[in-house]
Design a protein around this ligand. Structure first.
Ligand SMILES: [Cu+2]
Length: 291
């Protein structure tokens, strides 16, 4: 079943990522490159896409946006890879993703800049508070948090019945595992897409959601739910402001419940879509399968 990338495929993917990081901005005056604009799509609505029903569908479309930019602007002909994190729970730092030659660079930099591999001294600009920062990519692995990626923890989520239960479960252990396990930039709930590993992690999370959907496609191609506004404690804990009208007014839902009509905002990276448009991985918009 599992298909590993060849060294050539890995190199093609990483080259395409570097291409986006060096490509000129297209959407915003302040952006220094295309990567800034991609990251911004997540940053600008972090208080609205986590801890809510659209968490999984929004990130599914965001993975497609990322893949689409690689393909259309950087000549990438492969597909979006994922990181099967469960394979690495016993030895996180030895994971192939951290290989400095064929992967994303060494794991534990303990707060200092990633200094080997293709993203050495990668310069980042966006934080929760400004688009004009100047800082570097960091990682600080945490094996304990990474245990959230074990097959047991995944099974707990895939065994849930409703979407409402499922998204909450997936967001907790399997999702937190990748962010906290890699640490550093990845631990930043707002700016974590700055680390290219984000896209491997969230594609894996999407694969887990799809696995859950496949267990009962009849219901789960349309099963949506959850709140549209994060809980007060989640907002407070992350220093988030209450989502304003620029987010709430377009979301397409009349109440604080996420429906298939909910609009997924892509800030101009690709066209917006609804939750309903991304529910079927095999549909026209996402048009993918996990191998
Ligand atoms: Cu996110």
């Amino acid at each position: 079943m599992r298909q590993n990338l060849s060294d050539d495929e890995k190199a093609a993917y990483i080259d395409a990522e570097l291409c986006l990081m060096n490509a000129p901005a297209q959407l915003f005056d302040w952006a220094e490159n295309r990567w800034d604009e991609l990251v911004y799509g997540h940053v600008v609505q972090s208080n609205f896409i986590h801890n809510v029903g659209q968490f999984l569908p929004w990130h599914r479309l965001y993975m497609r946006a990322h893949e689409y930019l690689l393909q259309t602007e950087c000549g990438y002909t492969g597909a979006q890879p994922y990181w099967e994190e469960a394979l690495d729970v016993d030895n996180l730092t030895a994971s192939v993703v951290f290989d400095p030659d064929s992967g994303f660079g060494t794991a534990g930099t303990n707060g200092s800049c990633v200094s080997d591999g293709p993203f050495t001294q990668l310069e980042l600009h966006i934080t929760q508070y400004t688009n004009y920062a100047n800082y570097c990519l960091t990682r600080e692995t945490n094996t304990d948090i990474f245990q959230g990626a074990t097959l047991d923890n995944i099974a707990e989520c895939t065994n849930t019945t409703t979407y409402d239960e499922a998204y909450d479960c997936f967001q907790q252990n399997p999702h937190t595992a990748g962010h906290g396990g890699v640490g550093g930039t990845m631990l930043d709930v707002v700016a974590s897409p700055s680390d290219p590993l984000f896209f491997l992690h969230h594609t894996n999370l999407d694969r887990l959601w799809w696995t859950w959907q496949l267990n009962n496609l009849t219901y789960r191609l349309t099963d949506m739910g959850g709140r549209n506004i994060p809980t007060d404690s989640y907002l407070a804990q992350n220093n988030f402001t209450y989502p304003g009208p620029e987010l709430l007014d377009y979301d397409g839902d009349s109440a604080n419940v996420t429906t298939l009509n909910h609009t997924l905002w892509m800030v101009g990276l690709i066209a917006n879509a609804t939750v309903g448009d991304v529910m079927d991985l095999r549909g026209d918009l996402i048009c993918a399968e996990y191998v």
